[in-house]
Design a protein around this ligand. Structure first.
Ligand code: PEP
Ligand code: MN
Length: 264
């Protein structure tokens, strides 16, 4: 059902304040994790200033170690919802578990399915039964066909509002970058499917000083939007500090990204 052959027209997803997959490039920005009410509200203002219509932030975090910060849970969802509403923005947040879908649905405008859950078919089917848009992240070792098949699990349950996220994959050389940003996947996905494609340069490279060049490359690749992590004090961030852009850097990056989108 995701194939262009059967549905030639682009899927356009409408959230209260954004149109994803239309002419406009959609910026989504925010901290990796919702850390506190005050912090996420501060970051929402920065995100908006850079032209973001959607604020991101994790309340349930899929951490590599079980001893790392796991997120604020429902409390975090409330803070992110308020931060979005106070700034006339929409929110995106990760749902990690089947049993949380109903709760997260009460707050979010877009479900994020994390790279580690791309093939959690039970979770995919559960979000597929809702009418909330789903941002499906490519697994770190998933092929393009794996990603497309994962999307089928969602659409086969009835939910057609899907966007695909390229966030970097594991390759033989990830010494200097956290993952390998597979930008070739963007035009391929645009050719094979009608879904909007979003790039995530933050998780792809893992280091803040590499984010801007790859964000620009992501915009140039023909993506419909971008999701990027920001933090005012990256060294104190509860997760993914090294890849977070400070507000000033984010604002500069965002301006250039919109310019690139204009010329492609
Ligand atoms: C995130 O968006 O913070 C995240 C955990 O991303 P990924 O699933 O791509 O690792
Ligand atoms: Mn993160």
């Amino acid at each position: 059902q995701g194939s262009r052959l059967f549905h030639p027209q682009d899927t356009v997803i409408k959230t209260p304040h954004a149109v994803i997959g239309g002419a406009e490039f959609i910026m989504m920005a925010g901290p990796c994790s919702v850390e506190s009410e005050e912090h996420v509200k501060k970051m929402a203002k920065v995100a908006k200033e850079g032209g973001a219509k959607i604020i991101r932030g994790g309340a349930f975090k899929p951490r590599t170690s079980p001893y790392s910060f796991q997120g604020l849970g429902e409390e975090g969802l409330k803070y992110l919802r308020e931060a979005a509403d106070e700034n006339g923005m929409d929110m995106i947040t990760e749902v990690m578990d089947d049993e949380h879908v109903e709760m997260v649905a009460k707050y979010t405008d877009i479900f994020q399915i994390g790279a580690r859950n791309m093939q959690n078919f039970s979770l995919l089917k559960t979000v597929g039964k809702t009418n909330i848009p789903v941002a499906l992240k490519r697994g770190m070792s998933a092929t393009i066909d794996d990603l497309l098949n994962a999307a089928e699990y969602i659409v086969s349950e009835g939910n057609r509002q899907i966007m695909l996220l390229e966030r970097g994959i594991r390759t033989f050389d990830n010494k200097y970058t956290r993952n390998t940003f597979d930008l070739g996947a963007v035009p391929v996905l645009k050719k094979l499917t009608h879904y909007p494609v979003i790039v995530d340069p933050s998780h792809a490279v893992g280091e803040w000083d590499l984010v801007t060049p790859m964000a620009l490359a992501g915009a140039a690749s023909g993506a419909d939007g971008m999701i990027v992590e920001i933090h005012d004090e990256p060294t104190k961030a509860l997760s993914d500090g090294p890849q977070a852009l400070k507000p000033k850097t984010y604002l500069k990056m965002a301006q250039k990204v919109f310019e690139v989108h204009q010329v492609i």
